[in-house]
Design a protein around this ligand. Structure first.
Ligand code: FE2
Ligand code: FE2
Length: 230
């Protein structure tokens, strides 16, 4: 398992919650009527097909970045608003909220992804919520995960921990998604070719270069890269 993910899990103080999270992250698979559904490795999976983190390793980056944002929100609650928040619930909720997404995708030959047959029948939020219930996890953590889509999900956040997880999730997916979209636009304008998969490092770099050096900077960065050759 990626050491950054282990480090994140180790931030959970409650031993039984930590164990439960570790179990799920180690093996995000499902058994339905004797049929075993295994997906991509957590470390290899994207977090969406096209909206945000839609590249190999995107899910891991999404979890780590969302966790950083969520813990900063916990600091705000405690240090600025003088409120109380259960960090264990926030950390576990962020790590688990999209952890069955690897079951939603199948890798394509061209480096992109398509929907898995399982994802044509059930979504990642329903799956992880039901799996947490099946494993007997505490209701408070079930709620954080179940409410992570906010008003667009089956239930809106009713606790501070659930709200923090939702807000951090939206912030990170919006940040990443908008930068990916901008970088894809830059590439298409310069190369004349649409690009389907682009990693976050390239995307953030291109957006930075465009602001700093204009189109010339983008063109120079793309010259000789495999994005230009395509
Ligand atoms: Fe989600
Ligand atoms: Fe998410």
């Amino acid at each position: 398992m990626d050491p950054r993910l282990i480090e994140a899990i180790n931030k959970i103080r409650d031993e039984s919650l930590k164990e439960a999270v570790l179990d799920l992250v180690k093996e995000p698979s499902l058994n339905l009527s004797g049929a075993l559904y295994e997906g991509l490795r957590v470390e290899d999976s994207p977090a969406s097909l096209s909206r945000h983190h839609s590249y190999p390793g995107g899910l891991l980056e999404h979890i780590l970045s969302t966790l950083r944002i969520a813990l900063t929100l916990c600091d705000c609650v405690e240090e600025i608003y003088h409120g109380k928040v259960n960090r264990d619930l926030v950390i576990a909720g962020v790590i688990l909220h999209d952890i069955l997404k690897p079951l939603m995708y199948v890798a394509r030959d061209d480096g992109g992804y398509k929907s898995s047959p399982l994802s044509e029948r059930v979504d990642h939020l329903t799956l992880i919520t039901s799996e947490l219930v099946r494993r007997g996890l505490p209701l408070e953590i079930v709620h954080v995960v179940c409410a992570h889509h906010g008003d667009a999900g089956p239930i809106s956040p009713k606790t501070l921990e659930a709200l923090i997880c939702h807000v951090a999730d939206v912030a990170d997916s919006t940040l990443n998604g908008k930068v990916l979209r901008a970088a894809k636009y830059l590439i298409k304008e310069v190369t004349g070719q649409p690009v389907e998969v682009i990693d976050s490092k390239t995307a953030f770099e291109l957006v930075h270069l465009k602001a700093k050096e204009g189109w010339e900077g983008v063109r120079e960065a793309l010259t000789g890269s495999n994005l230009m050759e395509e």
